[in-house]
Write a protein that binds this ligand. Structure first.
Ligand code: CP
Length: 327
């Protein structure tokens, strides 16, 4: 067990060792058990965290706000369009000021080729930890909840076939941060990851190279394919989810000819019949129902999406407890 977390930034799970991530999951499970038993967990009394959102959120905002309240602290929710950021105040000045007022700053900024840089700039100048609530590249809070969910369902994650599968959606041009986080993280826990997507929806080359290195070190593997059925076949875990073609087309338009050419990339009951009998269906949510997935799958016996979403609360509390409190 690794215990030195206090004061560290939480921007990318690659910054934490496997043992440290296991500690985060241990603490998450302890908090989950205590929450179920109604045992109070006032580990961050009178601590203030600032939650800056450049984009909308349901799970992330509320897991952080509910989480800090349950830990005895307080969150200031900040819609950045109401801050002086909208008049051009810099990341540096914002970080210096907010860090003098409280004990942690968490931020969601998913703008392509800007979000991660913004967080890193804040981290350079903040005197309190910066926590990533999703940027253009990483969604570590989601990755941790996903890993917790897989461990809960299977206990031993080694050699599980986990398929991260692109899916058609029209709601908005989604960041690549969820599949990037998963493809980097899961091989570190011995999983055999298949990444399936239509041509044009590639993740950055450096992500694939890092994921392969992670797999080599930890006994997992990574396979890339453009064959959707291959990804579903005998999978233990399927994660069909849309992401934008940011790498090949940084434009902001949601619907283009490449997207429309790939409507068939949908998670259907027929696809689920190819998987292993006990396969779980996961999705970070929100789902674009009837485009990404049939209702009968997301509401069906394989789906664990609400357990996965609940784990966002327990993992958020663990991260805040370790980073803002602890030793
Ligand atoms: N999965 C996730 O981050 O959900 P929100 O966008 O609602 O926070």
């Amino acid at each position: 067990m690794q215990t030195i977390f206090r004061g560290r930034h939480f921007i990318n799970l690659e910054d934490f060792t496997k043992e440290e991530i296991e500690t985060m999951l241990d603490v998450s499970m302890d908090l989950k058990r205590k929450f179920a038993m109604g045992i109070d967990t006032p580990y961050l009394p009178n601590k203030t965290i600032f939650l800056m959102f450049f984009e909308q959120s349901t799970r992330t905002r509320n897991s952080m706000e509910a989480g800090i309240a349950q830990l005895g602290g307080h969150a200031n929710y900040l819609d950045t369009s109401t801050m002086q950021i909208s008049h051009g105040e810099s990341a540096k000045d914002t970080a210096v000021i907010l860090s003098r007022f409280g004990h942690g700053i968490a931020c969601r900024n998913c703008f392509w080729q800007e979000g991660n840089k913004y967080l890193m700039e804040m981290a350079k100048y903040s005197s309190t930890p910066i926590m990533n609530l999703q940027c253009d590249l990483y969604h570590p809070m989601q990755g941790l909840a996903d890993l917790m969910t897989i461990e809960e369902k299977f206990k031993d994650t080694r050699k599980l076939k986990v398929s991260i599968i692109w899916a058609y959606a029209t709601t908005h041009k989604k960041p690549i941060s969820v599949p990037v986080t998963q493809v980097l993280l899961f091989p570190r826990f011995g999983m055999d990851v298949t990444l399936a997507y239509p041509e044009g929806y590639e993740l950055p080359d450096w992500v694939i190279a890092q994921a392969e290195e992670n797999a080599g070190k930890h006994g997992g593997s990574l396979k890339l394919t453009h064959d959707m059925e291959e990804a579903y076949r005998d999978a233990d875990v399927v994660i069909p989810k849309n992401w934008g073609n940011w790498v090949t087309n940084p434009g902001k338009e949601v619907i283009d000819s490449l997207l429309e050419a790939n409507k068939a990339w949908k998670c259907t009951e027929k696809m689920m019949q190819l998987t292993s009998k006990d396969c779980i269906y996961m999705h970070a949510l929100p789902a674009d129902r009837r485009n990404e997935v049939e209702d009968s799958v997301i509401d069906g016996p394989h789906s664990v999406v609400f357990d996965e979403a609940e784990n966002r609360l327990h993992t958020a509390k663990a991260v805040m407890t370790l980073i803002m409190g602890g030793k």
